[in-house]
Design a protein around this ligand. Structure first.
Ligand SMILES: Cc1cc2nc3c(=O)[nH]c(=O)nc-3n(C[C@H](O)[C@H](O)[C@H](O)COP(=O)(O)O)c2cc1C
Length: 197
């Protein structure tokens, strides 16, 4: 085995390794609204859930002075709200396009021509044709080295009726996309497995 401590490698090498081995990562397509009323949309794959009893999700982004935060982070902290829209195979191109670094007075919704859907409990719009969207309010933000972890409590959920079988989502019907290391995405291909335990 090749063995090493992270400190023996450059930041770039370690970052590449972690992003390659922590895969596939789910993608949160996060919509927010700025103080000035500009709707923002961007993908975040350093994303997961924490609590399930009171559902809580998190995403991570570079930390820094508020003026240098990504629009999504700044808006989530300032408004206390964000919406996680899930990404399916049909969305890959549009989702990727919304990672463009736009000035904070321009909206990725308009750049990529994505229809806004009305949210019920937060001001940020959702992606109208996302099959699932979760409206969140800020739970907390935690500094972790050079990153800021932003946690949100899920307050309201939108699910496309077509996904529901007896009121539940069947995983086989939800073609979520994952991010891999390098220039790769992956689509879900559920592998049936009888769990023993
Ligand atoms: C699939 C994908 C996943 C990404 N994941 C993250 C992430 O987890 N954290 C992050 O800070 N940026 C991530 N990015 C980059 C942001 O989407 C990009 O910086 C974007 O411009 C941020 O937009 P904003 O400034 O409007 O918030 C990702 C980009 C792509 C395409």
């Amino acid at each position: 085995m090749h063995e090493f401590a992270p400190s023996d490698r450059t930041e770039r090498e370690i970052s590449r390794l972690v992003k390659t081995v922590v895969t596939p990562r789910p993608i949160a397509w996060i919509s927010t609204v700025s103080d000035a009323g500009v709707d923002n949309l961007a993908p975040f794959s350093s994303y997961n859930y924490v609590s399930l009893t009171e559902p809580t999700v998190l995403f991570n982004t570079p930390n820094g002075p508020r003026s240098e935060l990504k629009d999504t982070a700044r808006n989530a902290l300032e408004s206390g709200e964000f919406v996680v829209n899930i990404v399916t195979e049909a969305d890959i191109e549009r989702m990727d396009h919304t990672s463009a670094a736009l000035p904070d007075d321009e909206s990725e919704f308009d750049l990529v021509d994505i229809e806004r859907g009305e949210s019920r409990t937060v001001s940020a719009p959702r992606v109208a044709d996302a099959t699932v969207s979760m409206e969140c309010t800020l739970h907390d933000s935690i500094e972790v080295h050079d990153k800021l972890m932003i946690l949100g409590d899920v307050q309201y959920v939108h699910v496309d009726d077509e996904l529901l079988t007896d009121g539940q989502i069947d995983m086989r019907d939800l073609d979520t996309v994952g991010r891999l290391g390098g220039p790769y995405y992956t689509v879900s291909d559920p592998l049936p497995f009888e769990r023993q335990f």
